[in-house]
Design a protein around this ligand. Structure first.
Ligand SMILES: O=C[C@H](O)[C@H](O)[C@H](O)COP(=O)(O)O
Length: 224
């Protein structure tokens, strides 16, 4: 039987959720499995409340009966579980393949623990093979794209099903190709200095642990 590496990583991370916690829900095909497992644990009696990093994760969680809390009602999140597109040896991440990077970063920054769940193909020696998503405001986008290009990002505005992709926040995503990213924190700061950039998919110094699902059916946990 084929091993579902995303699912085993997700289910292992969900074991870390304890009664009474406020839990942040990530977005994507790996976070999907975490949400389903959390829903099972809630049905078994786990008492938590959850906040989500995207409209689709919120809908999935509500559909499966996970008690929900608005971010406007809380000051901290105990534990957020989310996927990633790449993880480097320092546990810096590229995120935003699904376009949810801004809300994901808002949740991660407010979380006491930020646990990342990936299959082993996402663990890389340096970030950059996966195009870096950058969320930009539509206003003046040509100027913002010029600034991203000047930094060496070769930006492409994301499309989905032949239409411009619009984030949950009404913004666009510029997928950038910087090649190997030698200093993720520095690049992240440079990107966020561009006025039309809302945020970018580099998550540096935020990760508490990475749970890696492996082809042999095992998991491993990476810590900074
Ligand atoms: O915007 C999407 C998120 O950052 C996802 O967590 C990331 O793209 C990983 O997604 P997946 O688990 O589907 O590979």
């Amino acid at each position: 039987m084929e091993v579902n590496m995303k699912r085993i990583a997700a289910e292992r991370a969900v074991e870390w959720i304890e009664d009474g916690m406020t839990v942040g829900l990530g977005t994507g095909s790996t976070a999907y499995w975490a949400i389903l497992r959390i829903a099972e644990r809630v049905k078994e009696g786990l008492n938590i409340r959850a906040a989500a990093s995207s409209i689709r994760s919120e809908e999935l969680a509500k559909e499966h009966g996970i008690p929900f809390v608005s971010l406007d009602e809380i000051d901290r999140i105990d534990l957020t579980i989310d996927g990633a597109d790449e993880v480097d040896p320092d546990l810096n991440l590229t995120k935003g393949g699904g376009g949810a990077l801004l809300r994901e970063k808002v949740l991660a920054a407010a979380s006491d623990k930020f646990v990342v769940i990936v299959d082993e193909s996402k663990v890389v020696s340096s970030l950059g093979a996966f195009p870096l998503p950058v969320e930009i405001v539509p206003f003046g986008s040509r100027l913002t794209l010029n600034a991203l290009a000047a930094l060496g990002g070769q930006p492409t505005v994301r499309e989905k099903d032949g239409q411009r992709f619009v984030s949950d926040n009404g913004n666009w995503i510029a997928d950038c190709r910087f090649g190997r990213i030698a200093n993720p924190a520095q690049l992240s700061a440079e990107l966020n200095r561009i006025p039309g950039v809302v945020d970018n998919g580099l998550f540096t110094g935020m990760t508490t642990a990475v749970v890696v699902g492996k082809l042999d059916g095992s998991t491993s946990v990476l810590r900074p």
